[in-house]
Design a protein around this ligand. Structure first.
Ligand SMILES: [Fe+2]
Ligand SMILES: [Fe+2]
Length: 283
């Protein structure tokens, strides 16, 4: 397969995010991800499954199953259309289709005058959710991610729901460092399996490092929002965190914007996808 490497270095193309006040935020930030406000029973039920079954063995098994990327070859735009039937049970905020969420995120980034690689990252960031359409249960695709193979942090969402996870009682995996060592770096840490890690591997040769951090860790709220697991992260991880956080605001708070006009925006985003992903991707 011909793989065209990403042609720009990060220094050439990366610019600091513009002030986020440029992004419409009609819904107050604290109103998002508020799981307790409405007693979202289905969200809690989702995390009970997720926290019980995401073990180190499970994650290693899914990596062996999916990361050879031999399932299918599919252009990015086709993947976006393929994904569009999915409704994300883990998300307490969203009432948009996946394609609307993708464009809404990308449009918020575009309105904030960010570079094209950042806009395309907004468009594709959730494409890994096609795992659901390959038959994976939602608890193995969406929701917050967290390290496995070491102790679960109390700063994970619903930490009490880890109680039935077998790793919680494992002699090594239940310890602070588990199978890792101090400051080993996130790239050497197995996170719970989901759409972030999967998509990272699908696009990793085609986007700059900042974009890949956004894609790979955008669901790792315990790290990028709660400040957990700093004993495992490297200096690079901590430097890159600002990009993940910058991305997160577009992903999360753009949900309060009006629905994007998918039909009108399609030509622009098809051109953008062709620029970064001129060939079909391996899934
Ligand atoms: Fe996501
Ligand atoms: Fe998203």
């Amino acid at each position: 397969m011909h793989v065209q490497k990403f042609q720009h270095t990060a220094e050439e193309t990366v610019q600091q995010p513009q002030p986020l006040s440029k992004v419409n935020q009609p819904k107050a930030p604290e109103a998002f991800r508020n799981y307790t406000a409405e007693e979202r029973g289905s969200v809690r039920a989702f995390y009970r499954l997720n926290h019980t079954h995401q073990t180190l063995d499970f994650v290693l098994g899914k990596k062996a199953e999916y990361l050879p990327l031999t399932r299918k070859r599919m252009p990015a735009w086709e993947a976006l259309e393929f994904l569009n039937t999915l409704i994300d049970d883990s998300d307490p905020d969203i009432d948009l289709t996946q394609i609307e969420h993708a464009m809404q995120t990308a449009e918020a980034i575009r309105r904030a005058n960010q570079p094209r690689w950042f806009i395309v990252t907004g468009l594709v960031h959730d494409l890994g959710k096609i795992l659901c359409l390959f038959g994976e249960p939602q608890w193995a695709v969406v929701g917050d991610t967290f390290p496995v193979g070491c102790a679960f942090s109390e700063r994970c969402v619903y930490p009490e729901l880890f109680e039935d996870n077998p790793d919680r009682h494992h002699p090594v995996y239940s310890t602070k460092y588990g199978i890792y060592r101090e400051k080993i770096g996130l790239e050497n840490v197995h996170l719970s399996w989901g759409h972030d890690e999967y998509l990272f591997h699908v696009v990793k040769h085609r986007l700059p490092p900042e974009a890949l951090y956004m894609i790979r860790y955008h669901s790792c709220y315990p790290w990028h929002r709660e400040g957990a697991y700093e004993h495992l992260t490297s200096g690079t991880d901590e430097q890159m965190k600002k990009w993940v956080k910058a991305f997160n605001r577009f992903d999360l708070y753009s949900k309060g914007d009006g629905k994007p006009d998918v039909e009108a925006l399609t030509p622009y985003y098809q051109t953008l996808l062709n620029e970064f992903f001129p060939e079909p991707l391996n899934w």
